[in-house]
Design a protein around this ligand. Structure first.
Ligand code: HEM
Length: 399
């Protein structure tokens, strides 16, 4: 490949997979644009990066999330996602306590209720945007319930979360978008501070109150860490799960046999979800920075190099998944890296899988087919997240 691949170019955004395949074949660890990052496109090297936080640290991602035009801090960079050992371990221990199995068990009946009532409200034989009618409100309701947020704010969650994950992809000349992103961050931060203040005065049975109570070896989360974590949960929990559900519906459109099979065998839904996650991972890349000069996949990376682990590429690596570019829910599953790996492995993975399973069970109990709607689908502008921001569909009830 002569010129450097630009991950933000329209051709790559439209369909990155042929470009990723070429990288894996010819230059598995090589520099790309933006920012001259080193793209890691194969599974083996991706594991090396994610397993070695002492060589590839996460704090480097913060600079990309705080571009100069922002003119303010980005609260999400005070969260565990951007931290390295030993600070990461201390904070992860604090927040994991509020994020345990019993919290999930408490949520399960609520998630089922949300899914059932959203499915009931979908039009039979009518056109609808699957994202705004189902894929967004389900995780928005769940995250709202988890954090005890005011349901009237749900419609703002999408803008907040979408703007947050778009920070690193806003063009320098797009002043209107910059203003919008800044406003979303202000609103999100302000709202989370109010929620914290409210729970301090009146603790409840919700995660925010659990986080305020959480303490490990005499340490508590600071106000900045609390706001950072809540902002991360809102965007990490919403945008990603929304894209997973929307991609599932897109598979139903493109491979109608899959939907019929899942209706006949609902026990296959978890395997289907894993394959959707592998095939179109909602988080398409994650970033690290080298702490010293490192040799990786035949390339020599200088100290301080930004390293983009292309999850969308490593999940299609033929060395790991023989039919990598094909959707096949019977593909023998060597683990996909859609929830990351190592110390930053997604804290919400079980919650996301649960939401997706309950959501799809409710959907398939009523509908026998999903067809493409009239309007074109739209994709998120983010570089780190790949997913549909709208998916017009026509749903038909099943027998
Ligand atoms: C971390 C993906 C849903 C909370 C991560 C990472 C990935 C990921 C790839 C690791 C990033 C890295 O190593 O740099 C996903 C996907 C989801 C999903 C694909 C849905 C399909 C959720 C949900 C929540 C959540 C529902 C919570 C409500 C988190 C947190 C971290 C994280 C807190 C940071 C963990 C740490 O740094 O130790 N997620 N996520 N995620 N995710 Fe998720």
């Amino acid at each position: 490949m002569s010129a450097r691949l630009n991950l933000l170019s329209p051709e790559v955004r439209a369909n990155p997979y042929p470009f990723f395949a070429e990288l894996r074949r010819t230059a598995p660890v090589s520099q790309v644009e933006p920012a001259g990052m080193w793209a890691v496109s194969r599974y083996a090297e991706a594991l090396t990066v994610l397993k070695n936080p002492q060589l590839f640290f996460s704090a480097g991602m913060a600079a990309l999330m705080t571009p100069p035009w922002l003119g303010r801090g980005n609260p999400s960079v005070n969260s565990i996602l951007f931290m390295d050992p030993p600070q990461h371990g201390r904070l992860r221990a604090l927040v994991s306590r509020a994020f345990n199995a019993s919290a999930l068990n408490r949520l399960e009946p609520r998630i089922r209720d949300f899914a059932t009532s959203l499915v009931k409200a979908l039009p039979a034989d009518g056109g609808v945007d699957f994202v705004s009618a189902f894929a967004l409100p389900l995780p928005a309701s769940v995250i709202g319930e988890l954090l005890g947020l005011d349901p009237s704010l749900h419609s703002r969650f999408k803008r907040w979360s979408n703007d947050l994950v778009s920070v690193s992809a806003v063009p320098p000349e797009d002043v209107a978008m910059q203003t919008r992103v800044r406003q979303s961050l202000d609103e999100m931060e302000h709202h989370m501070k109010e929620v914290l203040e409210d729970r301090r005065r009146q603790p409840r049975e919700d995660m925010v109150s659990d986080l305020l109570r959480a303490q490990v070896e005499g340490e508590r989360l600071t106000e900045e860490e609390l706001v950072g974590f809540l902002v991360l949960l809102l965007s990490g929990g919403l945008e990603t799960t929304m894209h997973l559900l929307a991609q599932a519906a897109r598979v139903f459109i493109e491979e109608p046999g899959v939907l019929a099979r899942l209706r006949a065998e609902p026990s296959r839904i978890p395997a289907f979800i894993e394959e959707v996650l592998r095939y179109e991972p909602p988080i398409h890349l994650t970033i690290r920075q080298t702490t010293q000069e490192v040799e990786l996949g035949g390339a020599r990376l200088p100290k301080g190099a930004l390293v983009a682990v292309l999850l969308g590429s490593v999940n299609h690596d033929e060395a790991q998944f023989p039919q990598g570019d094909r959707f096949d829910m019977d593909q023998p599953g060597t683990q996909n890296l859609s929830f990351g790996h190592g110390i930053h492995f997604c804290l919400g993975a079980q919650l996301a899988r649960l939401e997706a399973r309950l959501g799809l069970e409710a959907l398939l109990a009523r509908f026998g087919s999903v067809e493409r709607g009239e309007a074109p689908e739209e994709w998120s502008p983010s570089m780190m997240v790949r997913g549909l921001s709208s998916l017009p569909v026509r749903l038909r009830e099943g027998d």
